[in-house]
Design a protein around this ligand. Structure first.
Ligand SMILES: Oc1cc(-c2ccc(F)cc2)cc2cncnc12
Ligand SMILES: [Mg+2]
Length: 217
């Protein structure tokens, strides 16, 4: 075929979604995943919970680990206030390239910055290079073994404040080994588990974990 699934998804979005309309981009991406090819978007029930968190928290500075094609970046950014922004990190260059196009298609390039680097390297430079003081929302949706590495790094960098929310996808499938016991065992977080359907699969269950930081600044 010569094209990747991600490139085929982008082509479909360009042909079927309304330029500058985030809702249309998300609806069209969901349609693609339900009718053409499955893709690992934090969609449907997962997306609904993410929407709820963003609407309630009204975060100013958001960090997403694992952009993929930008579905959840658009989902988060469409609900952000005018001055708020999202930094999203994707280590795979092909995914990052598609994500930048999807963000542009949604008209959200002024709110979303896609960074094609390793998450740990960026987290270490958020304060000095990316002008971040604190993170109000962190969305963990990259490779599962990195959740625990990166949350410890985020704590080390003192990037969280009372009320910051850490939202983790896939804590059941594929699972995030070590992360759940770490975050649930930590006195610095109040965690809630949500049992949800796996994206675009009505007969499969996954789980997401919402953790509110209550530790010292
Ligand atoms: O939401 C997700 C789902 C899966 C996934 C794919 C295939 C399968 F069989 C099971 C699970 C992998 C992911 C990797 N990074 C981020 N999110 C992911
Ligand atoms: Mg995921």
């Amino acid at each position: 075929k010569g094209t990747t699934r991600e490139q085929r998804a982008l082509k479909y979005l360009k042909e079927h979604a309304r330029q500058g309309d985030p809702d249309s981009v998300l609806e069209t991406f969901d349609e693609f995943c339900r009718t053409q090819e499955w893709a690992m978007n934090a969609a449907e029930e997962k997306g609904d919970i993410l929407d709820e968190i963003v609407r309630e928290l009204q975060p100013t500075t958001c960090l997403e680990l694992g952009t993929y094609c930008g579905y959840s970046a658009v989902r988060i950014a469409r609900n952000l206030s005018p001055s708020a922004r999202l930094i999203t990190i994707e280590v795979n260059p092909d995914y990052a390239a598609v994500a930048r196009e999807v963000v542009k298609l949604a008209g959200l390039q002024d709110k979303i910055e896609v960074i094609n680097l390793d998450s740990a390297d960026v987290i270490r430079e958020l304060k000095t290079k990316y002008d971040v003081t604190k993170l109000d929302l962190v969305f963990l949706d990259h490779w599962k073994y990195l959740y625990i590495r990166d949350i410890k790094l985020i704590e080390e960098e003192k990037l969280l404040k009372k009320g910051s929310v850490v939202f983790a996808d896939n804590v059941i499938i594929p699972g995030a080994p070590g992360y759940l016991e770490y975050i649930r065992g930590s006195k610095n977080y109040k965690s809630t588990f949500y049992s949800v359907h796996f994206e675009y699969m009505d007969d499969m269950k996954d789980g997401v974990e919402k953790s509110v930081y209550i530790g010292d600044e």
